[in-house]
Design a protein around this ligand. Structure first.
Ligand SMILES: NC(=O)c1ccc[n+]([C@@H]2O[C@H](COP(=O)([O-])OP(=O)(O)OC[C@H]3O[C@@H](n4cnc5c(N)ncnc54)[C@H](O)[C@@H]3O)[C@@H](O)[C@H]2O)c1
Ligand SMILES: O=P(O)(O)OC[C@@H](O)[C@@H](O)[C@H](O)[C@H](O)CO
Length: 492
């Protein structure tokens, strides 16, 4: 019988001490931050305790193999297999006591995040969306007992965040506290425990595909604390550094085929392998008050100004992905590689890239080489990156991948046809789904469905308003998107 993977059967080194707490134990964290930590020169000193976001499954599966998993590096020509050992604990995200205990531990220096764009619960203006029911519920729970509701969230007062969760008694208190449900709510509770334990400052490192992701994490976490518990908000402002990053490594969802492949090629049973491309990139900017692994020794780059790197990646790579996700599916394609092989999609990508490039600095970013490398990466047909996965949560993704380019193109007096087509394809995809009764996979599904009920034309303005209030009020933007609707293919 094939041996089950764990530290003993793999003859792996002893687990490193936990110094990193991660939220969002998905595939990408394992191909990226866990891989960089494993490859850092001092990686043996930096163990990761990782928490799932919404369901316990991934933590249960990974904990059963002591956090170990196989990374399949899938190039155009073949696969390479690597055992990754940097995750040393895996927990259910709903385990508030474990999160408080680990974040409050003085050895913990970093909290990293890959919780998806939508999980930040930010409004279109980038501030915490206090109208979101889950945010409102967390505000009520996090507000110290007996304090008056001074926010505009309209929630009743709730009990205090757990105190001093670094002790067993406090952990018990944390487990008795009503459960916050958002990622920011969980972290605010855990940071309260760190403050009360006197464990000092740390860094929160967002690794999600968001523009200004450090500032977005500050808006989500600091913003929630400011509303629910201003004293804690002030402590967070003083003691928590929010590091911005640009992260890149194409990581599709794992399938049963990869599980079988690892069993056949590696000779052990791994329930949780991940598959990714050989390419990897990580640009970071910010302070690490309690230290960090030597990620630079594994290829990460530290910069003072990150905005241009972020835009290069979010517009050229992720923007092209979103364009392919909607236009490609309308043309009957299922994966990125299939869509890019379609000359119509390839021409649309080129047109969009020309517009995005016109709004990036000409020097220092190596755009021509970056574009050429992207074409090669997207064409790697051995990576089955499904357009349906990329299409999810379009309302928060297009806000960052399309809106800034369209706004810049229109202000420069140009048509913005290429980027307008991305938005038009999103609208056409949503309309088609609505007509056929498909479920909208988007955290703003309720607003999208309400907009889609409106007559044609009115629905367009309402949908653009969900992306950005400015766009919906701009007749030129509406016209630019409407002009691209006709050129889109009829649904397959
Ligand atoms: N997959 C990639 O190629 C890639 C590359 C760069 C960046 N990213 C970033 O990483 C994120 C995660 O990607 P992945 O491939 O690991 O996805 P995944 O579906 O494998 O994992 C997502 C993780 O986020 C958690 N999550 C989802 N919604 C949440 C919510 N509302 N609140 C809290 N946690 C929530 C899930 O429980 C899971 O742990 C992406 O959304 C993106 O921002 C992904
Ligand atoms: O992960 P998402 O859902 O934010 O976006 C889907 C893809 O565009 C994304 O995962 C890319 O593959 C990735 O950003 C490459 O580094």
């Amino acid at each position: 019988m094939t041996a089950k993977l764990n530290r003993r059967t793999a003859n792996a080194a002893p687990a490193a001490p936990v110094r990193i707490v991660h939220l969002g134990l998905g595939a990408f964290h394992r191909t990226h931050q866990a891989w960089y930590t494993q490859h850092a020169s001092d990686g043996a000193q930096w163990g990761i305790a990782a928490f799932t976001g919404r369901r316990p499954d991934a933590a249960v599966a990974l904990a059963a193999q002591d956090g170990l998993f196989t990374l399949i590096e899938r190039g155009g020509e073949g696969d390479r297999f690597e055992l990754v050992t940097s995750i040393v604990e895996a927990h259910d995200g709903a385990d508030g006591a474990a999160l408080c205990r680990l974040v409050a531990a003085p050895a913990t220096a970093l909290v990293t995040l890959t919780i998806t764009e939508a999980a930040y619960n930010l409004a279109a203006d980038g501030t915490l969306d206090t109208a979101n029911p889950a945010v409102q519920a967390d505000i009520g729970i996090l507000r110290p007992a007996g304090t008056k509701d001074v926010s505009d969230a309209g929630t009743p007062p709730g009990p205090a965040a757990p105190r001093a969760a670094s002790t067993p008694a406090a952990s018990t208190a944390a487990s008795r506290a009503p459960a916050v449900s958002t990622a920011a709510g969980r972290l605010v509770q855990a940071l309260a425990a760190r403050r009360d334990a006197g464990a000092g400052p740390l860094a929160v490192v967002s690794c999600d595909n968001l523009a200004h992701n450090g500032a977005a994490a500050r808006a989500a976490i600091g913003g929630l604390a400011d509303v629910a518990n201003p004293g804690l908000g002030a402590w967070i402002a003083e003691n928590v550094s929010f590091v911005g990053t640009s992260v890149d490594r194409i990581t599709p969802r794992t399938t049963e085929a990869e599980i079988a492949l690892v069993a056949a090629e590696c000779g052990y049973a791994d329930s949780s392998p991940v598959v990714t491309e050989p390419f990897s990139d990580w640009v970071l900017s910010g302070e690490f008050p309690a230290g960090r692994p030597d990620w630079a020794s594994a290829g990460a780059v530290f910069v003072d100004e990150i905005e241009h790197f972020e835009n290069r990646k979010l517009w050229l790579l992720n923007g092209a992905h979103s364009l392919l996700a909607y236009a490609g599916q309308l043309r009957g394609h299922a994966t990125v590689a299939q869509a890019l092989a379609d000359p119509a999609c390839a021409a649309w990508i080129k047109e969009f890239w020309d517009e995005a490039e016109a709004n990036l600095p000409a020097d220092g970013l190596g755009i021509p080489a970056y574009r050429a490398a992207l074409l090669a990466r997207f064409s790697n047909a051995r990576i089955a990156h499904h357009l349906a996965q990329i299409a999810m949560d379009g309302s928060s993704k297009l806000r960052m991948r399309a809106v800034p380019v369209l706004t810049a193109e229109l202000s420069a007096g140009r048509s913005g046809a290429g980027v307008a087509r991305m938005i038009a394809a999103w609208v056409a995809f949503l309309r088609e789904g609505h007509k056929s009764g498909a479920t909208v996979s988007d955290s703003a599904a309720a607003e999208l469905n309400a907009a889609l009920e409106l007559p044609d034309g009115q629905d367009l303005r309402a949908l653009l308003g969900i992306l950005d209030g400015g766009l919906a009020a701009d007749d030129a933007a509406i016209a630019a998107v409407a002009a691209q609707m006709d050129g889109l293919p009829a649904p397959a």
